[in-house]
Structure formats: structure tokens, C-alpha cells
Design a protein around this ligand. Structure first.
Ligand SMILES: NC(=O)c1ccc[n+]([C@@H]2O[C@H](COP(=O)([O-])OP(=O)(O)OC[C@H]3O[C@@H](n4cnc5c(N)ncnc54)[C@H](OP(=O)(O)O)[C@@H]3O)[C@@H](O)[C@H]2O)c1
Length: 220
């Protein structure tokens, strides 16, 4: 596939890199800041752009990987481009498909949501990342399933309602847990104790989840 990545942040960097590793071609990378686009484009052997007038109409897939609150704005811009028959997906767990409603002429839309926490510079084992897909048209769902299968061993067809709940569950196990770690960090800091003391406990607590459901793994 020839892919345009719209966004050059954490997700775009990880996803773009993995797609290229898997043999896909990223033709363009967009950022409002050309230097951000250029940095990622260089790694992916793609062309950077910072203005939608420079968007290629020839790609097969347009992946929107911008901040959640900017997705609608980007969809609207894509809706003004002359390529109604192209597949456009977003990568957000928290954003329903109805966001594409702002550009009703885009008929081939979908979601390609990798369920993981991605930070630039922190490697991720992508083959383990659940890729949650959805699409307005059955052929596109199949194409996204095939693309997901090239970059991960775990691809799930998930509708809007399921994805919203999945996102809530992910916030509990990731963001809330991170906040609890922060509280633990601050308690130990006040006692002049290093947070590293808690790391073996944290790692063991998490690794036990491979053996059974959370409740069964709880100890006193
Ligand atoms: N990171 C994760 O762990 C993760 C995991 C799964 C899904 N996602 C999803 O991936 C998407 C991107 O998240 P991220 O973590 O990569 O965010 P990020 O690292 O903060 O990057 C955000 C990107 O959005 C662009 N952006 C922000 N506001 C914009 C606007 N008004 N118009 C155009 N572009 C704008 C930024 O562009 P500039 O370079 O121009 O500032 C940047 O390229 C989100 O939908 C998020 O929910 C993220």
C-alpha cells in the first residue's frame, strides 16, 4: 500500500516505522511544522508536507494520527480534497466513527487503533499490540485486517461502542495505574526512599496477570 501519514507524533512515528518495516510504503508525512514532518519522513523515506495543498491524491490509504481534538478538523480538510474514493482512517480509541460525518463525501472511512502506549524513542514490540479495526465498507475492513496482520499478530474487528469501552478500560489500566505509581513515588520521596524499591513489586504484579485474572492474582 502507498500510505500518507497525517501526523508526526508518537503514534505516527511508531506506526509509520512498523509499516515500513513490514514492507508498506509511506509516501508522505504531514505536520503543521515542516521540521517535525521532515524528521519522521526522513526515517520513513517519505516526503514531508505542512500544507494540505501538497497532499498526494495518489495514495491508497490516509492515516490520521493527530491529537484527538484535531481529528475532525483534519477530516474536514480531507473532505475538501479531490479524492473521494480513497480510504481514510483515524487511529484514536476515544473518537467515534461519526467524526467522519463532517466530510460526508468521504465514503471509505475506518479506524486503525493500535492499543498500546507509544512514546517516541521507546521501542514497542509491535507484533504483540492489538490492532483494533473498523470500516464503513466491508472491503475496507478486509484491507485493514490484512494490513493489521502484517504488523501485529493480534487484529480485532471492533465497533464504536466496543472501542469506547475498550478505551475506558485502557485508561483504567494505563493512565490510572500510572497516577497510582506517581502517588507511590511521592510517598517514598517524602521518606527519602528510592522509587526503585517498588519496581520489582510492580513488575511482578503485572507479570502475574499473564497467569490469570487480576482478582485471582491479588495477595495480602
Ligand atoms: N501515543 C499513544 O500511545 C497512542 C496510542 C493509540 C492511539 N493513539 C492516537 O494517535 C493519535 C495521535 O496521538 P499521539 O500520541 O501521536 O499524539 P502526539 O504525539 O501528541 O502527536 C500529535 C500530532 O497531532 C498533530 N496535531 C495536533 N493538533 C493538530 C491540529 N490542530 N492540526 C493538525 N495536526 C495537529 C501534531 O502536529 P504538529 O507536529 O503540527 O504539532 C502531532 O503530529 C491520537 O488520535 C491518539 O488517540 C495514540
Amino acid at each position: 500500500m502507498n500510505i500518507v501519514l497525517i501526523g508526526a507524533g508518537n503514534l505516527a512515528t511508531h506506526l509509520g516505522t512498523r509499516l515500513v518495516e513490514a514492507g508498506e510504503t509511506v509516501v508522505q508525512v504531514y505536520s503543521r511544522d515542516i521540521s517535525n514532518a521532515a524528521e519522521l519522513a526522513k526515517v520513513l523515506n517519505a516526503r514531508p508536507f505542512d500544507n494540505f495543498h501538497g497532499l498526494s491524491a495518489k495514495a491508497d490509504l490516509y492515516i490520521i494520527a493527530v491529537a484527538d481534538n484535531a481529528i475532525a478538523e483534519v477530516v474536514k480538510k480531507l473532505g475538501q480534497m479531490p479524492f473521494e474514493d480513497k480510504l481514510v482512517v483515524h487511529t484514536s480509541g476515544a473518537t467515534p466513527s461519526k467524526v467522519f460525518g463532517v466530510a460526508p463525501n468521504l465514503e471509505r472511512t475506518g479506524v486503525f487503533y493500535p492499543l498500546q502506549t507509544f512514546t517516541k524513542g521507546k521501542p514497542v514490540s509491535f507484533s504483540e499490540v492489538p490492532i483494533c479495526i473498523d470500516a464503513a465498507q466491508p472491503d475496507d475492513l478486509q484491507a485493514l485486517e490484512s494490513l493489521g496482520g502484517k504488523i501485529s499478530d493480534h487484529v480485532y474487528k471492533i465497533n464504536d461502542a466496543q472501542r469506547a469501552w475498550l478505551h475506558v478500560a485502557a485508561v483504567f489500566v494505563n493512565n490510572f495505574t500510572n497516577h497510582l505509581f506517581e502517588i507511590g513515588h511521592s510517598i517514598l520521596k517524602k521518606q527519602n526512599l528510592p522509587f526503585e524499591m517498588l519496581l520489582p513489586l510492580i513488575h511482578e504484579t503485572v507479570s502475574k496477570l499473564d497467569s490469570g485474572p487480576p482478582k485471582a492474582m491479588r495477595t495480602a
